[in-house]
Design a protein around this ligand. Structure first.
Ligand code: ASP
Ligand code: MG
Length: 428
């Protein structure tokens, strides 16, 4: 769609809104870099709020005491609001009548938790955990004096709880109708990670899904660019918290980025890239600590061989299936196994088969694994190991292979021309 002025989308993750100082820094970036043209700001929950809400929800759902943790979370948000908005006693008061204030949101959260039922876990999870983004955007919008937008009535998903699948035609229709007048009026702040069903329930888009939100808005509104502001200098070849000597890619193709995200590079949510690639919208990854530094430009580009990328996924589980009668692992058997994995929503990170056995590596979830064992135990002999790590080297060479495998006991390995992957026990 055509705007009178170019639209830019900024996404700020949890670390960039973790306290009042971080939100002030965000304000500085918006004032310095975001004042040309239209601006939409997508914000995640503050700091580790989503983890805290998960914990509170888990306690509440299982009938345990959660009020102390909830009080902590409440006080944390209030104190940040007080610091940023001293004149309003932190009430985030420049809301219009039809928008909830910070206090009203906190009250809604309390009510939700107090009235949980034994209805589907995943559904109620979304109704509770979504408050992280609602609270954060309320505070950030008020601190910036920007418009607060509840994205849930616009960003339509199905009811795949905790991983809502976007209804693109409806979402595009909603956004193109609602957004241009708001954006022309001034910057808009909205929630990452959230969507809503046709019947008015909240959904979430999968952990770390705020990047995806930015891409959804960008696709539907024909944005000029998306910028993800992070605590690292751009897209690096490895997570600096895990690997030494990281290198920044100044530019990189959509394709390479999708693959890295798919293998578990935590820098960008894997679903983010496709909508941007389809409409050729560049994605910038920049540091909120040093906003003038170059960062990374992800776009349609060609480049020579890239330096190897190192990616680690922790908390992995390796599950092996053997047919009980020593028959080969046939297509029919595989169909049963894949069907059960899809049913319990375990995603395969890597797989391998031999004559009579088939192995998959998945993220570990005792709840989902139990369901899988129950479904398949009769038909297959199943072994599994937990507490494993899955390493991927993309664009590997001899030196990078050696660097990562030396001293590790590899349970399984796999290599293609560009990618080397292995599973090993967690380093103690
Ligand atoms: N707050 C959500 C999470 O922590 C979404 C996000 O940060 O992108 O998973
Ligand atoms: Mg987060």
């Amino acid at each position: 769609m055509q705007h009178s002025q170019p639209l830019r989308i900024y996404k700020f993750g949890g670390a960039s809104v973790k306290d009042a100082a971080a939100i002030n820094n965000l304000g500085g970036i918006v004032r310095q870099h975001g004042t040309n043209g239209l601006l939409l700001i997508v914000v995640s929950a503050m700091g580790k709020t989503t983890n805290a809400l998960e914990e509170i929800f888990q306690l509440a759902y299982t009938g345990q005491e959660y009020t102390a943790l909830l009080a902590q979370l409440t006080e944390f948000h209030r104190s940040v609001a007080r610091e940023l908005l001293p004149h309003h006693d932190g009430k985030a008061a420049n809301t219009t009548d039809d928008e909830p204030s910070l206090e009203q949101l906190l009250e809604q959260l309390g009510d939700r938790l107090a009235t949980l039922t034994t209805d589907e876990f995943d559904k109620q999870y979304d109704q509770v955990v979504s408050f992280g983004e609602l609270l954060a955007t309320r505070i950030v919008a008020s601190a910036l004096g920007a418009q607060w937008l509840d994205c849930r009535p616009l960003l339509r998903t199905d009811h795949t709880w905790r991983e809502g699948r976007v209804d693109w035609p409806t979402t595009e229709r909603n956004l193109t109708a609602a957004m241009p007048p708001l954006l022309t009026y001034g910057p808009v702040v909205t929630q990452g990670f959230l969507g809503g069903t046709a019947s008015g329930y909240t959904t979430t888009l999968g952990r770390e899904g705020s990047d995806y939100t930015a891409a959804i808005f960008a696709y539907c509104l024909g944005a000029e660019s998306v910028t993800i502001w992070k605590d690292v200098a751009g897209l690096l070849n490895a997570d600096p918290k895990i690997f030494e000597d990281t290198v920044r890619y100044p530019e990189i193709s959509y394709q390479e980025t999708i693959e890295m995200a798919y293998y578990g590079a935590s820098v960008i949510h894997p679903k983010t890239i496709k909508p941007l690639a389809v409409r050729q919208i560049p994605l910038y990854v920049k540091s909120f600590v040093d906003a003038t530094a170059e960062g990374t430009k992800i776009h349609d580009c060609r480049h020579g061989l890239l330096v190897p990328a190192f990616i680690r996924k922790v908390n992995q589980c390796l599950i092996s299936f053997e047919s009980k009668d020593l028959t080969f692992i046939s297509e029919e058997n595989l169909e049963v196994i894949f069907g059960a994995l899809a049913q319990v929503r375990l995603k395969i990170n890597l797989m391998q088969n031999s004559a009579i056995s088939f192995s998959v590596c998945t993220d570990f979830s005792s709840y989902r694994l139990d369901k899988l064992l129950t479904a398949l135990r009769e038909q297959f002999t199943i072994h599994y190991n937990t507490d494993l790590e899955l390493y991927t080297i993309k664009n590997y060479d001899a030196a990078s292979l050696q660097r990562l495998t030396t001293g590790r006991d590899l349970l399984l390995e796999q290599r293609t021309r560009q990618t080397f992957q292995f599973i090993c026990r967690r380093a103690s």
